[in-house]
Design a protein around this ligand. Structure first.
Ligand SMILES: NC(=O)c1ccc[n+]([C@@H]2O[C@H](COP(=O)([O-])OP(=O)(O)OC[C@H]3O[C@@H](n4cnc5c(N)ncnc54)[C@H](OP(=O)(O)O)[C@@H]3O)[C@@H](O)[C@H]2O)c1
Length: 262
């Protein structure tokens, strides 16, 4: 990949997480990183006006709040040509929104990371408009792979992605919390129950990812007939309640994402 230069717009929680990983992992591919944030500090420009006109910019990464973008984008549209790639991590803003504010010929990738990106274990779904070249797609992938895994999808699937991996960490925290409480009710201390629950979630997901085995087989492998797991699963799987509940919950989240993106 030809080395390229980035302009990061918005250096809050997500912007900072991306920045530190780019510096750590993308040194071979990323030439310069310019940063714009109103909370200017050493090496951070307070606005686009302050960025030297000589600064090379190949990729603009938009990491400001979604509601700030309509005000921010016109200045970028005026400053940069159609050869610049925009990668936006703003939740809920559609490719049509960027076409409206950056021009119909702007190359735009919409990225939807989740909060584990903060610790380099994010899941980011990406979709691109028709102006994004293969090399620009590779660049967008590289930038988001710095904070975890990536998956390219069609824009029509973004609401489903938001419902699954975007909001998903909250479902996992809820489940983990319920496990901890159940452990405490059996006599464990809260800190022991927390350690047991989190290490079990981490280990089980790692096993599922690395073994390549399907999830049903993995579950059956730890379920001996007449054993303890079978006793618990009989309760958990009764009437498919959990499956139905999750289907309903994800549908609600997806509907909400659809409404918010309008
Ligand atoms: N946090 C997550 O887990 C997560 C997950 C998925 C997607 N996202 C998306 O990531 C984006 C950033 O979220 P965040 O949690 O990192 O928000 P954040 O911490 O508020 O960061 C946004 C930063 O952008 C700055 N900013 C405001 N106006 C600006 C401008 N004109 N030019 C440049 N920078 C400007 C803000 O400064 P001020 O504070 O001074 O306004 C702030 O430092 C959002 O669009 C969000 O939807 C976040």
């Amino acid at each position: 990949m030809t080395p390229f230069s980035i302009l990061l717009v918005g250096c809050g929680n997500m912007g900072n997480a991306l920045l530190s990983r780019w510096r750590e992992k993308c040194a071979d591919d990323v030439r310069d990183i310019h940063i714009i944030d109103p909370r200017a500090a050493d090496g951070i420009y307070p606005s686009l006006d302050a960025l030297p006109t000589t600064a090379q910019v190949d990729v603009v990464v938009l990491a400001a709040k979604p509601q700030q973008l309509a005000d921010i984008l016109p200045a970028y549209r005026a400053r940069f040509g159609a050869d610049v790639l925009y990668v936006s991590i703003a939740a809920g803003k559609t490719l049509a929104f960027y076409a409206e504010h950056l021009g119909a010929d702007a190359a735009v990738v919409r990225a939807m990371p989740n909060t584990p990106a903060m610790v380099g274990k994010g899941m980011t779904a990406l979709c691109a408009n028709s102006h994004v070249s293969d090399e620009q797609k590779e660049r967008a992938s590289l930038l988001m792979k710095a904070v975890g895994k990536t998956l390219w999808v069609e824009e029509a699937q973004m609401n489903a992605v938001t419902a699954l991996s975007g909001s998903g960490p909250a479902y996992v925290f809820l489940f983990a919390d319920a496990l901890v409480k159940a452990g405490v009710s059996l006599g464990l201390t809260e800190s022991d129950a927390r350690m047991l629950a989190l290490a079990t979630l981490h280990g089980a997901t790692h096993l599922a990812e690395t073994s390549g085995e399907n999830l049903t087989n993995l579950r059956q492998n730890v379920t001996s007939p007449g054993g303890t797991t079978e006793a618990a699963l009989r309760v958990l799987m009764e009437g498919n309640v959990l499956e139905k509940l999750l289907e309903k919950a994800l549908q609600e989240a997806s509907n909400r994402a659809e409404t918010l993106s309008k």
